[in-house]
Design a protein around this ligand. Structure first.
Ligand SMILES: C[S@@+](CC[C@H](N)C(=O)[O-])C[C@H]1O[C@@H](n2cnc3c(N)ncnc32)[C@H](O)[C@@H]1O
Length: 218
């Protein structure tokens, strides 16, 4: 079992605290290490790993340290406090080659350049997806971590709909769902669009059932 990165000095009133979903992603990547190591076996090139909505940075730091140390890492978040937190977490864990950029989803990432895409989205069903605050000291940044619209899928579908122009040819996306997101229906829809979809992990976490799908091209 690989060590869990240390997360220090994160202001949890503004940045998502590592939780069951974050730890499920760590377990997922531990399980996926043989698959990813084989896929990106070429020691002369570095896979581009992008985590959308990095929060504390625990997931990106874990992958860099334990799964794909040769990767180039960009940890994004729309929340500026999270962008600072990931740099702190990377530093505390001596995880080099992690950079951050504040953006919505993958809006500033070059098309078809992402080899590994990771997203633990705001998946909780809620009336609306909150508006993005306009000032750093706004009290509502944390709401963006949770509320995903009526089925908790508003933000996730934006990423799924853009996957073809985000992933490289050999790219793989890892996306987390709760049962209320209807991940079985998502699998069917993505397969109908020609994607290969594999459920990597599924686990009961409190009253939620969380799962992670790996999505790749044929
Ligand atoms: C459930 S949290 C996951 C945090 C972290 N990845 C983890 O697993 O602990 C969701 C994250 O997505 C971010 N987020 C929400 N909407 C976003 C958007 N449109 N673009 C980028 N990040 C977003 C939130 O700020 C939050 O950090």
């Amino acid at each position: 079992m690989f060590p869990t990165p240390e997360v220090r000095s994160v202001h949890y009133e503004k940045v998502y605290e590592p939780s069951e979903d974050s730890f499920l992603l760590l377990d997922c990547f531990e399980e996926e290490k043989p698959y990813l190591s084989t896929k990106f076996t070429d020691k002369t090139s570095s896979p581009v790993v992008v985590e959308i909505g990095t929060g504390s940075g625990i997931v990106t730091t874990f992958i860099q340290q334990n799964i794909l140390p040769q990767g180039i890492y960009i940890a994004t978040d729309v929340n500026p406090h999270a962008c600072r937190a990931v740099l702190d977490t990377a530093k505390v864990n001596a995880a080099h080659s992690i950079d951050t950029c504040q953006m919505s989803l993958t809006s500033a990432i070059r098309g078809n350049s992402v080899d590994v895409l990771v997203f633990n989205p705001p998946y909780v069903p809620a009336d609306d997806v909150p508006a993005i605050p306009t000032t750093e000291d706004d009290e509502t940044w944390l709401d963006l971590a949770l509320c995903g619209g009526p089925e908790g899928m508003d933000v996730t579908w934006k990423v799924l709909d853009e996957l073809d122009s985000t992933l490289s040819q050999q790219g793989a996306a890892y996306i987390l769902f709760c049962a209320r997101n209807k991940p079985d229906e998502v699998q069917e829809k993505m397969r109908a669009r020609g994607w290969v979809v594999t459920e990597v992990l599924k686990r009961k976490a409190g009253w939620e059932v969380l799962s992670i799908l790996r999505i790749t091209r044929q």
